[in-house]
Design a protein around this ligand. Structure first.
Ligand code: NAI
Length: 458
């Protein structure tokens, strides 16, 4: 069968996989190929057990795989045969050398640019899908034009705004699609080619076009603003605990102002995930690079509050449980960084589990989708750790339950039964404010929520 367009995506991760599955689903006239250097990941994409959990993703992949969606490890062939190339490789925080702990590590991205250059024999539109520091497209263009090759490359920025856990809906009905290009004749032509792809299912008024630097920067700024809201309400939760104000009531009152809005105002143990922290650190690093230290300090505060909130949670546990956790069994309900995903990258649960082990507690972990990742995350942690599928089994004989992830199932458990099987006095620390604290208190637990008065029997 002859397809209208051939599209390649380099990087079959949380972004590349779902994004390309959506394009293949909405555009049966295009052939979409996803390549990755990791053969295990590609084998999983080609199997019945996909490498990532995302509601609705299985159905999408089943409907399109081997029809117009293909997964492969042959990157060279992919580059040769496709003229539209999305790059969605990982861009983690650098762990070494200059900018360690702050700047984006661009080695995977740069390797991809060089591969594209090496194997291209026809003009290519190269699309930055990964989140990158502003002005990366300039470096991309310099690499792609660094040899005497007479192949034309146009670089576009098309950052991805999907959120894990709701990725399929976010892709199907996005708030907006952002496409940045050079504002030259060729740049605008390439921009239009990408607009046409999205216009297959996204209303045109939601497809925003911009200059390439605005587009690159907008992604970092979006994540910084979202994380800032979480840190803002979390900072206030600490004040609520001191003053007998209730953070949920405060959030409701504040969020009802249409200028502020109610979303992302749930106080919690803090944000996690692979993006917020790394993207804000990247923004902070960029600001410092340009000598904007006050601006850098402002955004760095968002990260500091997030760390403070996680440590505060552990300190509250310690204080409530008579200043010692040594030898106590503590059950973590959830390990994923949020509900509806198995992703544990930067999950607050990692920090809490490690701190509890440091305090010589015995840690029992349960999660419906993230136990395999949890095992990897804690592979070299010292101490007694157990991984248990069933939450009732996991909590049996524990001195405390700590809610780490807002999985709906944890709100629906029988807390009277959990109390009967718990070590007494029994404690609940609700790091996501998903439980009814009064109910849990009435069945016997001592209940500590975020930003609310404790409910204790002593
Ligand atoms: P990921 O780590 O799940 O996937 C990246 C994939 O790229 C991996 O499978 C890796 O093997 C592959 N890869 C690395 N170098 C390669 C190369 N040279 N050739 C071929 N494949 C290569 O990362 P994820 O989460 O999909 O993120 C990708 C980018 O998208 C990052 O820049 C991230 O900041 C951004 N992003 C992530 C979102 C998320 O929710 N995870 C949301 C929006 C943007």
């Amino acid at each position: 069968m002859k397809f209208e367009k051939n599209i390649l995506c380099i990087g079959a991760g949380y972004v590349g996989g779902p994004t390309m599955a959506m394009i293949a689903h909405e555009c049966p006239q295009y052939k979409v190929t996803i390549v990755d250097i990791n053969p295990d990941r590609i084998a999983q994409w080609n199997s019945d057990s996909l490498p990532i959990y995302e509601p609705g993703l299985d159905e999408l992949v089943k409907a399109t795989r081997d029809r117009n969606l293909f997964f492969s490890t042959d990157i060279e062939q992919g580059i040769r045969e496709n003229d539209i190339i999305f790059v969605s490789v990982n861009t983690p925080t650098k762990t070494f050398g200059t900018g360690a702990g702050m700047a984006a590590d661009l080695q995977y991205w740069e390797k991809t640019a060089r591969q594209i250059l090496e194997h291209s024999t026809s003009p290519k539109i190269v699309i930055e899908k990964s989140t990158l520091p502003v002005r990366t497209a300039h470096a991309m263009e310099r690499i792609l034009n660094s040899t005497q090759k007479s192949v034309r490359f146009d670089v576009l920025s098309n950052p991805e705004f999907l959120a894990e856990g709701t990725a399929i809906n976010d892709l199907k009905n996005p708030d907006r699609v952002l496409i940045g290009s050079r504002e030259t004749e060729e740049g605008l032509k390439a921009r239009n080619a990408l607009v046409e792809i999205y216009a297959n299912w996204v209303p045109r008024k939601k497809i925003i076009t911009a200059n390439i630097w605005s587009s690159e920067l907008s992604k970092l700024v979006s994540n910084a603003f979202l994380a800032q809201r979480v840190s803002s309400i979390n900072a206030i939760s600490a004040l609520c605990e001191k003053t007998e104000a209730d953070v949920s009531e405060v959030a409701k009152a504040v969020g009802s102002d249409s200028r502020i809005g109610s979303r992302f105002l749930n106080a919690s143990i803090g944000f996690g995930g692979s993006c917020f922290k790394k993207d804000i650190l990247n923004l902070v690093y960029l600001c410092r690079h340009y000598g904007l230290d006050d601006v850098a300090d402002y955004w760095e505060g968002v990260i500091k509050i997030n760390f403070y909130q996680q440590e505060r949670f552990v300190q509250n546990m310690l204080t409530a449980m008579f200043n010692t956790l040594a030898g106590k069994r503590i059950c973590l309900f959830g390990f994923a960084f949020k509900a509806n995903t198995g992703d544990t990258r930067e999950s607050p649960a990692i920090y809490v589990a490690r701190r509890l082990l440091e305090e010589q507690a015995e840690v029992v972990i349960t999660d419906p989708k993230a136990l395999d990742n949890a095992r990897i995350d804690l592979a070299n942690a010292q101490g007694k750790i157990h991984f248990v599928d069933d939450p009732y089994e996991a909590a049996k004989g524990c001195h405390a339950i700590a809610i780490m992830t807002e999985w709906a199932l944890y709100g629906e458990l029988d807390y009277a039964r959990l109390y009967r099987d718990a070590e007494k006095p029994a404690f609940i620390f609700d790091g996501r404010n998903i439980l009814d604290p009064q109910h849990c208190f009435e069945v016997g637990f001592n209940v500590f929520s975020i930003g609310k008065r404790p409910r204790t029997h002593f």
